[in-house]
Structure formats: structure tokens, C-alpha cells
Design a binder for this molecule. Structure first.
Ligand SMILES: Cc1ncc(COP(=O)(O)O)c(C=O)c1O
Length: 445
């Protein structure tokens, strides 16, 4: 057996790291020690430009004192309080503030907020709400959930069931009956596009195929990411989401948008619902909800879904669902402080201001070795590389390591590089991303 790896004063082997090649990492660790604004500092004191907002969550940049102070104040006032048959004011206050900026504005009616602890929990919550809603309106046969190939909806059994990533699914059993729409990625017709691609709205008709196959009366809900992030930035073709909404309406199927990464300003509008102008029945969020400072998620439920469940004897719990940390006071404090920063600094629409510079800069990478597609929307970019023969993923991984050594954090999924910097990014930092990344792409050619 290998000797346990040591790093400075501690051993690395006790911590079983998530979504990590543990043995490879521990043989050559990358440790982040501090963070401020647009930068991390590594444990060997190097500045690392954050090209990914942590994991798509630190939208207002790192080290925001207002959030730290609000959390500190809350923890010393009341550290924890249960949310089952009890309440605490800050959770109601936060829900009300969120309802005021809810996806789609007042006419969308997505103004009831259920708190969770993460994106995965938000997804499982929304799926359960959808099934419970159908039952409440007398459609109890509708239990089937529809996801989409190349979708990512977290790691709960519900999320894995509707997700469409082989490695997340192959080892684990899934909920019975689920099915998947085809994904929308079409590099033959849509390569090197800024914003929404022209071709592919008809892929939404795949839902008609599933209705014909299973019967609408078996389908509770469809869940999609408006922009798929984890499988390499897949942007919905023009007209696709509208068509999906229309088909759902036609067949009494609820539509769920998973906005865990698009929520809170990533596209240049508060939510993808606002950006695309398509209103679903449920919206899942997390990440940017608290600027990543405290784990938390929230599901925005439409009045239709909420009200259908507020039936029966008033002494009865309407939805048998919730988490110990639903509405955690410290998370609510972090969220309230985060919303104030977003409002004061205009961050929920900042991406729209810098988007054209971002698009132009990223698309200058076209023509570099092995770059076979570039996709950009809001402050997101996906750069797809030609895989090395027999070693898929290795080229992008090498680029990731190279960038990290040169002071830039990027994210890779297979051979796709995904960028999603904090929404406070300035033009010189965009230039720095391009410079470091293009050097890396030349080195891994
Ligand atoms: C679209 C989407 N849904 C759900 C999740 C899961 O969120 P979490 O990791 O907080 O459970 C993610 C995480 O990246 C995501 O991108």
C-alpha cells in the first residue's frame, strides 16, 4: 500500500472528496486557502483568477464582508431554529424578498418559496411537488418524470433519475418510469454561435413522442435546465423552450426549470425565466442564492401548484417534505445580504452590460488548436475541444491543470471547458482569462 500523502501539517487521505479522482488529486493536490473579489489564493500563495465563480455560485465575488457580518450577527442572535411546525422571522423575510424578485415578475405567479439546503434538494423537492400537485388535482396516475439527455439535476435519486449523464447514472438504480427528451446539442448546425442557436426548436417535439409512447395521463412533469451547464454549456435553440411550454400545456404536464446555475444574474437577467420569457410552473435554485457563502437552495412554486396543495383540513400537513436545514437562519441571513449586494451593485443585470465584450473575447479562441466549438450566453462560455484518440477528457484536464498552475481556475467536463466568472468581472480580467487559456490550449495541442 502507498504511504498516506501528507500536505504540510495534515494528511490528505481521510477526506473522501466529491466528484474527484481522489488518488490522482492526492498525488498532486491543488489547495485553495483564501479568496477575495475575483481571486483565490492557493496554499502556496499564488493568486488564481476565478473563472468559474467557485462552482457557478459566487456571483458577487469572494469575501463579501456584508455577508460574513450578517451571518455572524445571525449566529450570535439565534444559531438554529426548527422550521417544522415552528418558524423564525428571518426565513419569512427572506422568502418575501425572494418573492418580490421571483422569476418572471409578478405576472408569472412564481411567488411561493420553499427552502432547501442545496441544488440537489431543490430538484428533489420540485419533483415531489409536481407529483403531489397532480395527485391533489385528481391526476394521481401522473407520476412519471421526464428529464433530458445531458441534463444535470444534482445527485439525489430524483435528480439522478431525470439527469442524463451516464457516469452519474450507471451505478445507481433510478425511480421507475422516468424517460428523457433528446438533448439539444447540434454542433453540425450550430457551431461557434453567440447566444441562442438558430436550429433545433423542433427537438422540443420529442415530448410529443414521449406522450405518444407513455400516455400524457402518466406524466407529472418535465424538468430541464434552461441552459445546461454541467454537460458543457448547451444553450437552448431559439423557440425551443417556448415549444416545450406549449406542449406541456397541451397535455397537463408541469414544466420545471432547473435554474441552479442560471438563477441570480448569470444570463444578464435575474433568472433564465426572465431572459427567455418562458414561464414554467416550478423553478429550482441554489448556488447564487447565498453567493455560495452558506449552503442553501430554494424552489419557487407557482400559485397554481401551491394553492392546489393548500386543501383539506387545516390541521393537516399539506406537503410531507422538508429538511432540518430548510430556512436555516444563518443561510437566510447570508441570502438577504446577498440580495442587497445584487440590488445595490446591479449584479442581476450586470452580465448583460459586459456580455458583448465577453462573447467577442471568448470567440477569439476560435482557430486555436483543437477548438471545435465555442458557445456563449450571458457570462457563460463553453469551449469544446477535439478529444485525444483513446483518451477522452485528457486534453481538457491538462488545460485545467495548466491554467491552474498559471493562475486561472477553469472548469472542465469531458473535453469541454466551461467558464462562468463572478458577475463583478472587469474587462482586464476577461483579457487575462483569454491570455492564460489560449497559452494553455497551445500547450495541450
Ligand atoms: C442545474 C443543476 N441542478 C442541480 C445541481 C445540484 O446542486 P448541488 O450540487 O447544490 O446539489 C447543479 C449543480 O451544479 C446544477 O448545475
Amino acid at each position: 500500500m502507498n504511504a498516506p500523502q501528507r500536505h504540510n501539517s495534515f494528511r490528505l487521505d481521510s477526506y473522501w472528496m466529491p466528484f474527484t479522482a481522489n488518488r490522482q488529486f492526492k498525488a498532486s493536490p491543488r489547495l485553495l486557502a483564501r479568496a477575495e473579489g475575483m481571486y483565490y489564493t492557493s496554499d502556496d500563495n499564488r493568486q488564481i483568477l476565478d473563472g468559474t465563480a467557485g462552482l457557478w455560485c459566487v456571483n458577487a465575488g469572494h469575501g463579501r464582508r456584508e455577508i460574513a457580518e450578517a451571518v455572524g450577527r445571525q449566529l450570535s442572535t439565534m444559531d438554529y431554529a426548527p422550521s417544522f411546525q415552528m418558524g423564525h422571522p428571518i426565513a419569512f423575510e427572506f422568502a418575501e424578498r425572494l418573492a418580490a424578485i421571483a422569476p418572471g415578475g409578478p405576472s408569472a405567479d412564481l411567488d411561493h418559496v420553499f427552502f432547501t439546503g442545496s441544488g440537489s434538494e431543490s430538484v428533489d423537492t420540485a419533483l415531489k411537488m409536481a407529483i403531489a400537485y397532480q395527485r391533489a388535482i385528481g391526476q394521481g396516475t401522473r407520476t412519471r418524470l421526464i428529464g433530458r439527455e445531458r441534463g444535470y439535476h444534482g445527485v439525489g435519486f430524483g435528480g439522478v433519475t431525470v439527469g442524463g449523464i451516464l457516469n452519474n447514472r450507471r451505478v445507481f438504480p433510478q425511480l421507475p418510469g422516468a424517460d428523457h427528451l433528446r438533448h439539444t446539442h447540434d454542433p453540425v448546425r450550430n457551431a461557434f454561435v453567440k447566444g441562442q442557436p438558430e436550429h433545433g426548436a423542433e427537438l422540443a417535439d420529442d415530448l410529443e413522442r414521449l406522450v405518444a409512447l407513455h400516455g400524457a395521463e402518466t406524466i407529472a412533469a418535465v424538468i430541464v435546465e434552461p441552459v445546461a451547464g454541467s454537460t458543457g454549456v448547451l444553450i437552448p435553440p431559439k423557440g425551443y423552450l417556448e415549444r416545450l411550454r406549449a406542449i406541456c400545456d397541451r397535455h397537463g404536464i408541469l414544466l420545471i426549470f432547473d435554474e441552479v446555475i442560471t438563477g441570480f444574474g448569470r444570463l444578464g437577467a435575474p433568472f433564465a425565466v426572465d431572459y427567455f420569457g418562458v414561464v414554467p410552473d416550478l423553478v429550482t435554485t441554489a448556488k447564487g442564492l447565498t453567493n455560495g457563502a452558506i449552503p442553501m437552495g430554494a424552489v419557487f412554486a407557482s400559485r397554481k401548484v401551491h394553492d392546489a396543495l393548500m386543501q383539506g383540513p387545516e390541521s393537516q400537513i399539506e406537503l410531507f417534505h422538508g429538511y432540518t436545514y430548510s430556512g436555516h437562519p444563518a443561510a437566510c441571513a447570508a441570502g438577504l445580504a446577498t440580495l442587497s449586494i445584487y440590488r445595490q451593485e446591479g449584479l442581476l443585470t450586470r452580465a448583460a452590460e459586459i456580455e458583448s465584450y465577453w462573447h467577442e473575447a471568448i470567440h477569439t479562441l476560435k482557430g486555436l488548436p483543437n477548438v471545435i466549438d465555442i458557445r456563449t450566453i450571458g457570462l457563460i462560455a463553453g469551449i469544446e475541444l477535439e478529444s485525444r484518440a483513446g483518451a477522452p477528457g485528457s486534453r481538457a484536464y491538462d488545460a485545467f491543470v495548466d491554467c491552474f498552475e498559471k493562475g486561472l481556475l477553469i472548469r472542465v467536463t469531458g473535453d469541454i471547458i466551461a467558464l462562468s466568472p463572478p458577475l463583478i468581472i472587469e474587462k482586464p480580467q476577461i483579457d487575462a482569462i483569454i491570455e492564460t487559456l489560449s497559452d494553455a490550449l497551445k500547450r495541450v495541442a
